[in-house]
Write a protein that binds this ligand. Structure first.
Ligand code: PEP
Ligand code: MN
Length: 356
């Protein structure tokens, strides 16, 4: 590669991708031909079919070397555009409409603000059942609960592992909920895939690229938390890793970033919601619990997130937070969660959203 090309690549942060926009009447044969052509040219072709149009993203390889005329002449091609942002598949240029992620009958990214709630960690069969019952009754659709916990201290509760996953699944099934749990290492994927509907990538693992690649190779949805000190662009690049592997079901989660402020555990970046919604088609949800770290201040942040456009919320709830093995001080009592949901039901319609 020539020095100037190399520089251009660095400046554009990973090369220029291309988006091939198909004509509205184009059929599967024409689409397949374009994909074949791109693959023969050495690119990874990613297809996105919306209500209005199908687009094919060409990434990897040297996409900037594509002569757009070679593609424009193919049947069914309407136009060939450049994506100069470093993230390609994640960007709004690849997909105009919001991505809807279906987890059974739960749809994330649509008009409903999806509530995911439960304890920080699964601690016992009894605990997760009690909490599941409360959050399901209040309106949550997804039960959270870590079985592998990324703790700052090696001496803190590390999670129940496989046993925790079994309890989580059973409690969720008993109350008609889906499950989400954190995966810390790709070696856990196989076991976890039997028990979880959504894989959670924790803030500390946002740039664990080996894990992101492994998540890209499988097909279950992934909730990607923003890293403690990650810029929005770095966060979107991590989502790009998962999508580049072929898994397009990525949910972004703003969980607070580290700033100089000490009155809260982190600083909830409320700006992230409208900014990311503009840059990307992926759903974005808010985690006010880890953002503020203080129980009685979780609700105001949750309300603000919904007002700012969050597609869902991830909230820690525990029936006995004073006895919780992790994150007790930020866990809501079940009644507090119920009150919050009632408030969200009033707020959401003002923005054409609903709470299930
Ligand atoms: C969690 O959800 O319990 C958790 C550990 O979150 P984070 O990765 O955002 O710190
Ligand atoms: Mn937690």
């Amino acid at each position: 590669m020539k020095a100037t090309e190399q520089l251009a690549k660095v400046v554009s942060g990973g090369g220029v991708g291309r988006v091939i926009v198909m004509k509205s009447g184009s059929g599967p044969v024409e689409i397949e031909k374009v994909i074949e052509r791109l693959t023969a040219m050495g690119f990874d072709a990613h297809r996105s079919s919306g209500a209005e149009r199908t687009v094919i993203g060409a990434v990897g390889g040297n996409a900037s070397a594509i002569d757009p005329r070679e593609l424009r002449v193919l049947a069914g091609v309407k136009e060939v555009l450049k994506i100069s942002k470093p993230y390609k598949l994640v960007s709004r240029s690849f997909r105009e409409e919001p991505t809807l992620i279906e987890v059974g009958d739960v749809v994330i990214g649509g008009p409903e603000v999806v509530l995911m709630a439960g304890p920080c960690g699964v601690e016992s069969e009894e605990q997760i059942h009690i909490v599941a019952e409360h959050v399901a009754k209040a309106g949550a659709k997804v039960l959270r609960g870590g079985a592998f916990k990324p703790r700052s201290s090696p001496y803190s509760f590390q999670g129940l592992g496989g046993e925790g996953l079994r309890y989580l699944r059973a409690a969720a099934e008993a109350h008609g909920l889906k499950t989400i749990s954190e995966v810390m290492d790709s070696s856990q994927l196989e076991l976890m895939s039997e028990y979880v509907d959504i894989f959670q990538v924790g803030a500390r693992n946002m740039q664990n690229f080996a894990l992101l690649k492994a998540l890209g190779r499988q097909r279950q949805p992934v909730l990607l938390k923003r890293g403690l000190s990650a810029t929005i662009e770095e966060w979107l690049m991590s989502a790009e890793y998962i999508m580049a592997g072929g898994n397009h079901d990525v949910i972004l989660c703003e969980r607070g970033i580290r700033t100089f402020e000490r009155h809260s555990r982190n600083t909830f970046d409320i700006s992230a919601f409208p900014i990311v919604k503009k840059l990307s088609h992926l759903p974005v949800i808010g985690d006010p619990s880890h953002a503020i770290g203080i129980r009685d201040k979780v609700a105001p942040l949750a309300r603000a997130a919904v007002a700012a456009g969050a597609d869902g919320l991830l909230i820690e709830v525990h029936h006995k937070p004073e006895e919780a093995l992790s994150d007790g001080p930020q866990s809501l009592f079940p009644e507090q969660f119920e009150t919050l949901v009632a408030q969200l039901r009033q707020i959401a319609p003002a923005f054409d959203r609903s709470i299930g």
